[in-house]
Write a protein that binds this ligand. Structure first.
Ligand code: WTA
Length: 669
C-alpha cells in the first residue's frame, strides 16, 4: 500500500481554532477603518462593469495615449481590452514612480539563500532596466520578438522581464526547475531569439547550476536562439564555465557598456507581454498568451485591493517563483505597478534551518505574506514552536493561492502565523492573469476554506454539465461568465486549442460562450464559492500544475516501459501527489526486477520534465484497468493510490485486473 504521510498533528490547533461549522471572521473595526477596499466597489462594478474597469485602469495606470474603447468582444472568445490606448508596461512599473518623487522608495529587498542582501530603490531599478533595455536593443531584440528567461529568484530576473516589456518584446519565463528538454520545447514553441540565464542559483545550501541545462537545450538541431546572456550569480569570477564563443555573453560585461538613459516608447494595449507555459490535459504544455493594458489593469487593481496595499508603509512578500503566474502577476507586475516595497527570497524555506521564512519576516518587517497551502501544511507538520520563536508581529494580512486550503490549515495560518490577522484565499489561474475569486480585506466576513466571492468586476457561475446554474448547497463546474481584463488572449500559435479547451464546453448556453475553468466548485447556503479541485486530467502538486498525459509520455519514452498510467492521489502535505502505474516490456523484466527499478523511473521523469514532476511512487504492474473501449480507468487507480477499497469495476473489460494490481502491491508491502 502507498505510504501516506502522517496527518498534521491535531494538537497543532488550539481548541478555539479547530474548524467548526458556520465559523466566520469579521474584519476588525481598526482594519476596516484604513482598508483600501470598500463595499462600494461591488456596487460600482454592478452598476456598469465596463466603466468600472475603465475607471480602475485610468486611475491605476499611466496611458501614453488614453483609450476610448473599453472592450471589443465582437469576435468571442477573442477579446480586446482598451484596444485603441497605448502604454508602456515598464514605464508604469518604474519611471512614473520616480517622476512622482518616490525614486528613493525601496522596490526590492532581495535576500539570497546564503544571506546576502540587496536593497534596490525604484530609481536604481529604473536605471538598471533602462540599461538592460538598451542591451536588448543592441542585440537586435525588438517588438515582435520572444525572449526566454531561465533564471533563479534574483533581481536580474525582474530586470530582464521589465526590460523585455519596456521595448515591446515578449518574454517567456521558464521555471528554473524545468529540465533541458522542457526548456528546449518551450524555446522552440515560442521561437525565442535570446535566452537570459545565470551560471546557477542557491538552493538547499548548494549551487544549483542553470547554464548547463541551457547548453544541453540548445545542442543538437539548430534553434532560433542567437545569443545567450548569462548572469553571474553563483560562482566566483575565476570559475570556468562551458562557453560558446559568439553566442554566450556575460550580462555584467554587456550591461556595463550600456547607457542608463532610455525613453520608454508606448505600445498598443494589446501588445503581447508574455507567454507562460502551463500544463493542460494533453502531453504538450500550452503557451498562455497575455497582453499589456488589460493584464496590468487587472493585476494592479487586485494587488492593491485584495492585499490592502499601502505602498508607503507595507512590506509585501509573495513567496512564488517568477517562473509561475503568481510570480508574474504578484511579484513583478501588480506590486511594481502599485509602487510597493517587496521582499524577494532566492532559496528554500528550510535552509539553513526550518525557521528561515519567519526569520526573513522578522528581519525585514514583512506586513503582507502571500503563499501556498502546501507550504502552510508543511510548517504545521514541523510544529508551531518554530514560527513562535520569531517576532511575526509586523504581519497584518495573509494570502493563500494555488490550491484549496483546508479549514485546519487556514485556521493555523491565521492563528500561529498571523496572530489573528485577516486571510484572503485567492482563486485564479495562469489563464485568468489575476485574482478572480477572493474576499476583500476590511469588507468580507471570511470563512475558513472558502474563496467565497468574485472580486468586483468579475462574474462567475457554478454550472451543471449542461450549463445550468446549480442551486445553493450544490456543486458543479466553475465558469467565468463575462470577459475580464486579465484574461488570456489565446494559446500561442494554436487558436483552435484555445477555443476548444476553454470555450467549447459552455459555447451554446445563454450569453455564451462562457469560460470553462476546469475546476469543480460548490455554492454554499449563503451563495459563497468553495473550490473543489480540478475536474480534468490536470494534477495540482504543491500548487504546481502537472498533466497526467505529460508524465505518462515521459514514462513511455523510457526503454523499459510499455504502458503507463498516472493519477493525482490526495496527499496531506502537497495536496496531490503523482502516482504512476507502469507495465514493463517483457524483454526488460529482469532489469526492472532489480531493487531500485521504480526509483530509476521516478528519476527518469524528474530529469525529463523537472524535479517537480517526480512521482511520489511508481508501481510496476502487469496490467492496467481499462474499459471495453480501451480507456484507462484512472478512478480505480486513484482508489489504489489513496489506499481505499476499489470502487465499481463493472465497466472494466477484464474484471480481474484490479485484483491482480492489488495482489502485486500487497506482495511489495
Ligand atoms: C488551483 C495559480 C483552490 C485551481 C494561480 C486552478 C486553487 C489552478 C486556488 C491554477 C485556490 C488556484 N483555491 N484552488 N485559492 N488557486 N487553484 O495556473 O485548480 O498554476 O485551476 O495558477 O490552481 O493553477 P495555476
Amino acid at each position: 500500500m502507498p505510504e501516506t504521510s502522517p496527518l498534521p498533528d491535531d494538537a497543532a490547533l488550539t481548541a478555539e481554532s479547530r474548524p467548526r461549522d458556520g465559523q466566520r471572521f469579521s474584519p476588525s473595526a481598526e482594519f476596516r477603518a484604513s482598508a483600501v477596499a470598500s463595499a462600494d466597489l461591488y456596487a460600482e462594478a454592478a452598476a456598469d462593469r465596463l466603466e468600472f474597469w475603465a475607471d480602475q485602469s485610468r486611475s491605476l495606470l499611466h496611458w501614453h495615449r488614453p483609450f476610448t474603447e473599453v472592450l471589443d468582444w465582437s469576435k468571442p472568445p477573442f477579446a480586446r481590452w482598451f484596444a485603441d490606448g497605448e502604454l508602456n508596461v515598464a514605464y508604469n512599473c518604474l519611471d512614473r514612480h520616480v517622476l512622482a518623487g518616490n525614486g528613493d522608495r525601496i522596490a526590492l529587498i532581495w535576500e539570497g539563500e546564503p544571506g546576502d542582501v540587496r536593497r534596490i530603490s525604484y530609481a536604481e531599478l529604473t536605471a538598471e532596466v533602462k540599461r538592460a533595455a538598451n542591451l536588448l536593443t543592441s542585440l537586435g531584440i525588438g517588438q515582435g520578438d520572444r525572449v526566454a528567461i531561465y533564471l533563479p529568484m534574483i533581481p536580474e530576473a525582474i530586470v530582464a522581464m521589465l526590460a523585455v516589456a519596456r521595448i515591446g518584446a515578449t518574454h517567456s519565463v521558464i521555471f528554473g526547475g524545468f529540465s533541458a528538454e522542457s526548456l528546449r520545447s518551450r524555446i522552440d514553441d515560442a521561437a525565442a531569439k535570446l535566452v537570459i540565464t545565470a551560471d546557477g542559483g542557491w538552493r538547499k545550501g548548494r549551487i544549483s547550476p542553470l547554464k548547463p541545462a541551457v547548453d544541453a537545450a540548445l545542442a543538437g538541431e539548430p534553434t532560433t536562439v542567437e545569443k545567450v546572456l548569462v548572469v553571474r550569480r553563483a560562482w566566483p569570477d575565476d570559475q570556468e564555465l562551458e562557453w560558446t564563443a559568439g553566442r554566450d555573453l556575460w550580462w555584467h560585461d554587456e550591461i556595463a557598456l550600456m547607457d542608463a538613459d532610455h525613453v520608454a516608447k508606448s505600445f498598443d494595449a494589446e501588445n503581447p507581454l508574455f507567454i507562460l507555459y502551463t500544463s493542460g490535459t494533453t502531453g504538450k504544455p500550452k503557451g498562455i498568451l497575455h497582453t499589456s493594458g488589460g493584464y496590468l489593469t487587472h493585476t494592479a487593481f487586485t494587488h492593491r485591493s485584495v492585499f490592502d496595499l499601502h505602498p508607503e508603509s507595507d512590506v509585501y512578500w509573495c513567496t512564488a517563483d517568477i517562473g509561475w503566474i503568481t510570480g508574474h502577476s504578484y511579484v513583478v507586475y501588480g506590486p511594481l505597478a502599485n509602487g510597493a516595497t517587496q521582499l524577494i527570497y532566492e532559496g528554500t524555506p528550510d535552509t539553513p534551518h526550518g525557521g528561515r521564512w519567519w526569520e526573513l519576516i522578522q528581519k525585514h518587517a514583512v506586513s503582507i505574506l502571500y503563499t501556498a497551502p502546501t507550504a502552510i501544511r508543511s510548517f504545521m507538520k514541523s510544529g508551531r514552536e518554530i514560527p513562535q520563536s520569531f517576532d511575526l508581529s509586523s504581519l497584518r494580512l495573509l494570502g493563500s493561492v494555488g490550491e484549496p486550503i483546508n479549514p485546519e490549515a487556514w485556521l493555523w495560518y491565521r492563528e500561529v502565523i498571523g496572530g489573528g490577522t485577516p486571510i484572503v484565499d485567492t482563486w485564479w489561474q495562469t489563464e485568468t492573469g489575476g485574482i478572480m475569486i477572493s474576499a476583500l480585506p476590511g469588507v468580507t466576513e471570511t470563512k475558513p476554506g472558502a474563496a467565497q466571492v468574485p472580486i468586483p468586476g468579475i462574474s462567475v457561475a457554478v454550472l451543471t454539465d449542461k450549463g445550468k446554474k446549480v442551486g445553493k448547497g450544490e456543486s458543479g463546474l466553475l465558469a467565468v461568465t463575462q470577459p475580464w481584463p486579465g484574461m488570456l488572449r489565446g494559446i500561442w500559435g494554436d487558436p483552435d486549442r484555445f477555443v476548444e479547451t476553454y470555450w467549447s464546453k459552455f459555447a451554446k448556453v445563454e450569453n455564451g460562450p462562457l469560460y470553462f475553468a476546469g475546476d469543480g466548485a460548490r455554492r454554499d447556503e449563503d451563495g459563497d464559492i468553495w473550490l473543489l479541485g480540478r475536474v480534468d486530467d490536470v494534477m495540482n502538486v504543491s500548487g504546481h500544475r502537472l498533466s497526467t498525459a505529460e508524465i505518462e509520455s515521459a514514462l513511455v519514452a523510457h526503454p523499459w516501459v510499455a504502458e503507463a498510467a498516472v493519477v493525482g492521489a490526495n496527499d496531506e502535505t502537497t495536496g496531490q501527489a503523482v502516482v504512476a502505474f507502469v507495465i514493463i516490456r517483457s524483454r526488460h523484466s529482469d532489469a526492472a526486477a532489480e531493487p531500485g527499478a521504480a526509483d530509476q523511473l521516478r528519476s527518469h521523469v524528474a530529469s525529463t520534465i523537472g524535479p517537480i514532476a517526480r512521482p511520489r511512487q511508481v508501481f510496476l504492474v502487469s496490467e492496467l484497468p481499462k474499459t471495453r473501449s480501451g480507456k484507462i480507468m484512472r478512478r480505480l487507480l486513484r482508489d489504489v493510490a489513496e489506499g481505499r477499497a476499489v470502487g465499481d469495476t463493472t465497466t472494466l473489460a477484464d474484471a480481474t485486473v484490479m485484483q491482480a494490481i492489488g495482489d502485486k502491491l500487497a506482495d511489495k508491502a
